[in-house]
Write a protein that binds this ligand. Structure first.
Ligand code: NIG
Ligand code: FE
Length: 402
């Protein structure tokens, strides 16, 4: 197939061209092979400033001063990790070991991290964010969302978001992670705090609002009150839904036109149907099921029903301490019924959809120049060669960052 391209003359001499790409994933079906991945073989990409200027067949690539030879390897859009919890201190190694010897996962472990996070300095928290962000970047993640939720006081939630906002535009207020231990006897009082002074302090630093809607955390009515209050302050909803059990989270997410319902491990047919007929993305987080030894979410069922699926890490010290999107892709293929093509799409374009972004998650002229060069001839190797560090170069906003 012949890939359309912008006029060669529009490309500046100072641009960078990556040539000899065996397989280029564009995520634009109008390019390449017309599959959802919009694959182009023997391809080239031109990066001009922070944008993609041109994609097409390598033989037709415009000449520029800077040339990178992909030497028969694959290029994919940078991963869009639309769900992480990076503002925390401490770790929960003992809890993980206990789980692996048979203890169940319980949301109560969140309070261990809350205590460590409250006790940490701003510098320590920020150093942690930077550490995991770099770790993710090295594995090809060029956009990431991150949440508060380990402070649970007005001050601690606001500082988590202030710190996060220095490193990403995709910040989420999750004051409603669990009821703060300070309000153990007054959950209604905690909901008032979250929807009142805490929201006031956090809204300026957040784009999104999230609630952990689960037994032991917040019920459907509490979650609705919190998300609605956030929406009134200009924050758009996303929901931790149906992770540990069946519940109202997914239906509530769809009712409120949330950008995504995250986890989606325990779904009824009605939940699947609601997602399939909505703009709400089902964001699956296989690292959580891996690290809690829980039942896998059924991606196949969601895809067959017509729902949009995203894959993310959920990186946090309790339920999923991984920053590796390639690992999540491999798990989704091996254990959740996804094909390698579907998993790659969900980890890039799907994540962008879950953040309601059109400038990332695809490699087409005008998109942000976020891409990863794999040490493999195709993206399929991410699942075919699990655990092997295949991401060999990464560009973010046109800059080579690894
Ligand atoms: O997405 N489900 C709630 N929150 C996190 C877990 C947080 C923790 O255990 O510290 C999650 O899995
Ligand atoms: Fe989470």
């Amino acid at each position: 197939s012949s890939a359309p391209a912008t006029a060669n003359s529009a490309v500046a001499a100072t641009a960078t061209v990556i040539t000899n790409i065996a397989n280029l994933v564009t995520n634009d079906p109008s390019l390449g092979d017309s599959s959802p991945l919009g694959l182009i073989q023997d391809a080239a990409v031109v990066i001009d400033g922070d944008r993609i200027a041109w994609v097409g067949e390598s033989s037709k690539a415009p000449a520029t001063d800077n040339r990178v030879d992909a030497a028969g390897r694959a290029v994919i859009p940078g991963f869009v990790d639309s769900h992480s919890h990076l503002v925390f201190a401490g770790d929960r190694t003992a809890e993980f070991s206990a789980r692996m010897s048979g203890q169940p996962y319980a949301a109560g472990g969140i309070r261990t991290t809350v205590a460590a996070t409250r006790a940490a300095t701003d510098e320590a928290l920020e150093a942690n964010v930077v550490r995991y962000l770099r770790e993710a970047l090295h594995q090809g993640t060029t956009v990431f969302e991150t949440k508060s939720g380990y402070g649970l006081t007005v001050e601690d939630e606001a500082r988590a978001l202030r710190i996060a906002a220095r490193h990403t535009d995709e910040t989420t207020f999750l004051g409603a992670h669990v009821v703060s231990p300070d309000y153990a006897d007054d959950p209604a009082g905690y909901v008032e705090l979250v929807t009142g002074p805490m929201l006031d302090a956090c809204a300026p630093h957040a784009r999104w609002i999230d609630v952990f809607c689960e037994r032991g955390a917040f019920d459907g009515d509490q979650a609705r009150a919190i998300l609605t209050a956030g929406r009134a302050r200009g924050l758009h909803p996303r929901v931790h839904a149906n992770q540990l059990s069946h519940g109202p989270g997914v239906q509530l997410a769809v009712e409120l036109d949330a950008a995504s319902a995250d986890h989606c491990t325990h779904l009824t047919d009605a939940d699947v149907d609601a997602l399939a007929h909505s703009r709400t993305v089902a964001t699956l987080l296989p690292g959580a099921e891996f690290s809690t030894r829980a039942e896998w979410p059924d991606a196949r069922r969601l895809l067959d029903a017509g729902a949009t699926v995203a894959l993310s890490t959920d990186c946090n010290p309790g339920s999923s301490f991984t920053s590796a999107m390639p690992f999540c892709v491999a798990l989704a293929v091996r254990d959740m019924g996804m094909t390698p093509d579907e998993a790659l799409w969900s980890a890039t374009a799907g994540g962008a959809r879950a953040l309601r972004r059109t400038d990332v998650g695809r490699l087409t002229p005008g998109a942000r120049a976020d891409l990863a060069l794999l040490d493999a001839p195709s993206h399929v190797h991410l699942a075919y060669r699990p655990g092997v560090p295949l991401v060999s170069a990464v560009w973010q906003r046109g800059e080579r960052v690894r």
